[in-house]
Design a protein around this ligand. Structure first.
Ligand SMILES: *[C@@H]1O[C@H](CO)[C@@H](O)[C@H](O)[C@H]1NC(C)=O
Ligand SMILES: *[C@@H]1O[C@H](CO)[C@@H](O)[C@H](O)[C@H]1NC(C)=O
Ligand SMILES: *[C@@H]1O[C@H](CO)[C@@H](O)[C@H](O)[C@H]1NC(C)=O
Ligand SMILES: *[C@@H]1O[C@H](CO)[C@@H](O)[C@H](O)[C@H]1NC(C)=O
Ligand SMILES: *[C@@H]1O[C@H](CO)[C@@H](O)[C@H](O)[C@H]1NC(C)=O
Length: 331
């Protein structure tokens, strides 16, 4: 018992030392289009999983002689071409108004801690080495509108990973190693407008990924190895106010195994269905996207996707409410 206790204490001490505290060197710039920004241009490298930022170094830009910006005015932080293997989790405490975080070409390996990123609007994590999206990493990112994970090494996204991205408008997964997309992945992302899956390894498209996305206008699926497309994928792609022969979205299928075509919202929908029925209609022998039990498979030809069957707890409403209460109390 005592030994266990001591071991625990030692573990805690070790854990506390397994950290790195650093000052963040900022070059502060005000850009009309993007707002007040900290560009991390000087040396700031870390390979530590528990990197914390203790302070900010850098001169704030003066707008005029009577007023200087402060850390509270920073709405964007950009890291470019540094070596940061893990995201410093407490950036938001230094910059409480942070809305945009960009960490590009920094060798990011893992999404490990997300502490206070819940009010971020835009997150650009392109050109890194992320392999996985942990199931719960993006939970509570209720305000996120733009997410770029382009040019990473992501091979799989858990079904629940985007559960709370209820405000997501643009998503780029361009240049990853995705082989399948869970048909329920976007169930809660009802505000999606544009999704980019170019340059992945998708072979098979199963189910209607975008049944609830009335604002979606563009889906790009070029340079994949698509061999099979389930026509269910298009079941919600015609809307009332569009003629029956047209689709209400752009869909780009350039350079795939069974299809090399780009359709715009004025293209002939029947032509798209014709190509699919001629060249993309044979399901792959191993379709990893749908793994129901073999018994269920033999009974029903096509599994139906019913989002209601999944239990989604509404964290976002609670979270946003809490945020407003907090604001209300503090003013
Ligand atoms: C790093 O910052 C987070 C968030 O403020 C805090 O919870 C954690 O204890 C800090 N860790 C270290 C090692 O300073
Ligand atoms: C603004 O910042 C500059 C440079 O840091 C400083 O010299 C100046 O006193 C500041 N002005 C005000 C009004 O705080
Ligand atoms: C077509 O896609 C394959 C991968 O499926 C890729 O290797 C190739 O470079 C692409 N061709 C063009 C012209 O983009
Ligand atoms: C296609 O998109 C254009 C521009 O977004 C729009 O003006 C046009 O009405 C759309 N056509 C259909 C059939 O939805
Ligand atoms: C199906 O593929 C063949 C061979 O690539 C092609 O000639 C044909 O036009 C395609 N069918 C449609 C409807 O595009």
């Amino acid at each position: 018992m005592v030994a266990k206790f001591i071991a625990l204490i030692i573990l805690i001490i070790l854990k506390q030392c397994n950290c790195e505290n650093k000052n963040l060197p900022c070059e502060f710039v005000f850009e009309k289009k993007f707002g007040y920004t900290c560009k991390v241009t000087k040396e700031f490298d870390s390979t530590n999983k528990f990197i914390n930022i203790t302070g900010i170094i850098g001169d704030h830009c003066a707008i005029d002689k009577t007023f200087n910006f402060s850390n509270k005015d920073v709405i964007r932080v950009m890291f470019f071409d540094r070596q940061i293997l893990y995201i410093p989790a407490n950036i938001n405490q230094q910059f409480p108004s942070l809305k945009t975080l960009q960490i590009k070409k920094c060798g990011l390996l893992e999404l490990t801690r997300e502490n206070n990123f819940h009010s971020l609007r835009r997150m650009y994590l392109g050109f890194n080495k992320i392999k996985n999206i942990p199931k719960m990493y993006f939970w509570h990112f209720c305000r996120l509108e733009i997410l770029s994970l382009s040019v990473n090494q992501i091979s799989n996204i858990p079904q629940m990973a985007f559960r709370d991205l209820i405000n997501l408008k643009r998503l780029s997964l361009n240049g990853n190693r995705l082989m399948t997309i869970d048909p329920l992945l976007f169930v809660r992302c009802t505000k999606l407008q544009y999704v980019d899956f170019d340059n992945n390894q998708l072979q098979s498209i199963d189910g209607d990924w975008f049944a609830k996305q009335s604002k979606l206008y563009k889906v790009s699926l070029s340079n994949n190895g698509i061999q099979y497309i389930d026509t269910q994928f298009f079941s919600s792609w015609q809307s009332m106010n569009v003629p029956q022969t047209k689709i209400n979205r752009y869909v780009i299928f350039k350079n795939n195994s069974c299809i090399d075509f780009s359709f715009n919202n004025e293209s002939n929908f029947e032509q798209l269905l014709q190509i699919i029925s001629d060249n993309c209609s044979i399901p792959l022998p191993t379709t990893p996207a749908i793994t129901t039990t073999s018994k269920a498979n033999s009974r029903t030809k096509k599994p139906k996707y019913k989002p209601k069957q999944v239990l989604w707890f509404d964290f976002c409403e609670w979270n946003i409410q809490k945020e407003f209460q907090y604001l209300y109390k503090s003013y």
